[in-house]
Design a protein around this ligand. Structure first.
Ligand code: ATP
Ligand code: MG
Length: 565
């Protein structure tokens, strides 16, 4: 990547970097080849972003390469749509793979590997039912017992395995198992399943196969075929490493090695594709890219930037023990980046009319203001100022307390990029609702050339009523009411629906924006001044602009939850 990510500035190394540097120094590898291996059974989420930045980041740091490999060994749950979205998400995050690979590319290879194991007496076809197999597995403290089919001859096994491939047997009637050790302390080494029958078409190989390798039979072998040097996965695969090494050793393949790091868990969200799919299927969210989803596509639609996500992944580092990262860190990273790149615009959400009583009738002055004070190259925009404006209803109080630096009778405030005004009067309707605020402006107080000498503590955003552009705004809150929805759900029969925050979406049907927004090119990131960061939703059109709130300007969740909101 061209920009300097914080990882490049960091001098301390994580444990995987230490391993790689040692391997390069000792000549075990001349260069680094990593892979990112998603199963195309859902959309990528922020946890996958951690794995992506790690795999691609390591290759970048050590001048190596990364393959994108689809781990597509379960035809029942995988689709081309998922494949395409995964590719889009990886690219959007800023990475380009050296090769696009599929475990299904290797089905023929993997079949041959299985035949070799069978001929070497290291695999057998087992006709036991899954219940029988489970019962024979033993427990971590009690060894398993041998299946009656364990002693089949290589010839018989080879014949049966070919017939499995030919589709002679129904699903579940038999499986191929590696013949390892039924008393191993590692349960996965107790003759693990390496092939199963599935009479289901595959999104790439169609009807060609009706037997599919398991994760263990496919993953390490695919790594070895591609000559992956460092195969990095999450901690739950630690017990699989022994089997990974066993298969590579028995098949005498390229010695890829597996290394494990702690998966990313984040508060107030769930990170399992299976559970995210349920949210989609049950209509709790508006698809995989709902802006409240922790998916990459959801974060993108909400207005998070790839830079912010990469920064987040770098800051959390690479851990060896599971932990939960506070979602507010991701939001912090978003603010950091959006502050630098977003265009500033004024938008009034809950308007009240402000009349400038001494403004010349019908006159409009085009004020000029910076698009982004953090970035001069972003240029300026024109903001029309006239005699009738909208300001935010909450920015006025009839009888304000001392610390209220906004508007009230006799008080002065600055209108952002415009003039200082002083409130003389206000009007309420018969129900007591404020309908109009009447103020004078001070002609010498114009922003940038203020010679008025008038002091105004507060600055308010505003829009000219006749020029205001109506937009819809969608404000999002946490999707879950508890910090650890997955754990809570595990205790509750897997039902996480009970912890959905029913107030996680608030639609503001009409907000009033300064007119510049109507003419902006699509795809800009915005700061609505004093409100937060916003991004146009995918459903936005010229006629109807819809903006998603990415994050508020400050972290007010911590404060709200302390008050027991
Ligand atoms: P899920 O449980 O969400 O379905 P998965 O592990 O089954 O996730 P894969 O598509 O198999 O999803 O994952 C691709 C890669 O991303 C794997 O190497 C996996 O270890 C890694 N990965 C998945 N979830 C996380 C996470 N939360 N944090 C870090 N890496 C992850
Ligand atoms: Mg997986």
């Amino acid at each position: 990547m061209s920009d300097t990510s914080p990882s490049e500035e960091r001098t301390s190394r994580n444990f995987i970097e230490e391993i790689i540097e040692r391997d390069l120094k000792e000549g075990r590898h001349k260069s680094v080849l990593t892979r990112f291996p998603p199963e195309p059974n859902g959309y990528l989420h922020i946890g996958h972003a951690k794995s992506i930045t790690l795999n691609f980041g390591l290759a970048e740091k050590y001048g190596g390469e990364t393959n994108l490999r689809f781990d597509d060994t379960n035809p029942v749950t995988e689709t081309v749509e998922y494949v395409e979205n995964i590719k889009q998400d990886v690219r959007w995050l800023g990475y380009e793979w050296a090769r696009e690979k599929y475990a299904s590319d290797y089905f023929e290879h993997l079949f041959d590997f299985a035949i070799r194991l069978i001929r070497d007496g290291l695999a057998y076809v087992d006709d036991s039912t899954s219940e029988e197999i489970a019962a024979m597995k033993g427990t971590p403290t009690r060894p398993g017992t041998d299946s009656p089919y364990r002693s089949r001859t290589p010839e018989e096994n080879e014949d049966l395995f070919h017939r499995m491939r030919e589709g002679e047997f129904p699903e579940g009637s038999c499986i191929l198992r590696a013949k390892i050790d039924m008393s191993s302390p590692n349960m996965l080494m107790r003759d693990p399943v390496i092939y199963r029958i599935k009479h289901a078409p595959h999104h790439r190989t169609g009807d060609k196969w009706c037997i599919y390798p398991t994760y263990d039979m496919a993953h390490g072998q695919s790594d070895a075929i591609e000559k992956i040097t460092h195969s990095i996965c999450t901690l739950e695969f630690m017990p699989h490493r022994e089997l990974y090494d066993w298969l590579i050793d028995k098949l005498d393949l390229y010695p890829s090695r597996q290394y494990e790091f702690a998966r990313l868990n984040m508060s107030y969200t769930i990170m399992s594709k299976r559970r995210l799919l349920k949210l989609v299927e049950d209509g709790i969210v508006d698809g995989w890219d709902d802006p409240r989803m922790p998916t990459i596509s959801g974060l993108r639609r909400r207005g998070f930037t790839p830079e912010a996500i990469r920064d987040f992944c770098t800051r959390i580092g690479v851990a060896k023990r599971d932990n939960v990262i506070d979602v507010s860190l991701l939001e912090f990273c978003a603010r950091e980046h959006l502050n630098k790149i977003s265009l500033r615009r004024m938008v009034v959400f809950d308007p009240v009319k402000l009349v400038i009583t001494n403004w010349p009738d019908g006159e409009v002055e085009e004020l000029e203001s910076e698009n982004n004070p953090e970035d001069e190259s972003a240029g300026t925009r024109k903001i029309p100022f006239g005699g009738e404006l909208y300001i935010e209803r909450e920015d006025f109080m009839e009888d304000p307390p001392k610390k209220f630096f906004r508007l009230g009778p006799g008080r002065s405030v600055r209108l952002k990029s415009a003039f200082i005004i002083t409130c003389d009067d206000f009007i309420r309707d018969e129900n007591g609702r404020l309908t109009e605020i009447r103020s004078r402006y001070h002609p010498e107080s114009k922003s940038g050339s203020d010679t008025s000498g008038i002091k105004a503590k507060g600055t308010l955003h505003w829009v000219s009523i006749t020029h205001a552009h109506k937009i819809e705004v969608r404000e999002y809150d946490r999707l879950f009411t508890v910090a650890n929805p997955s754990e809570e759900a595990d205790k509750n029969d897997g039902k996480f629906i009970d912890y959905i925050n029913s107030d996680s979406l608030n639609v503001v049907p009409v907000a009033y924006a300064e007119p510049a927004i109507a003419g902006d090119a699509p795809g800009n990131y915005y700061q609505f001044m004093r409100k937060g960061y916003y991004f146009p939703d995918k459903a936005t059109t010229r006629e109807k602009q819809i903006y998603n709130r990415t994050v508020t300007l400050r972290d007010d969740w911590a404060r709200k939850s302390k008050q027991g909101k």
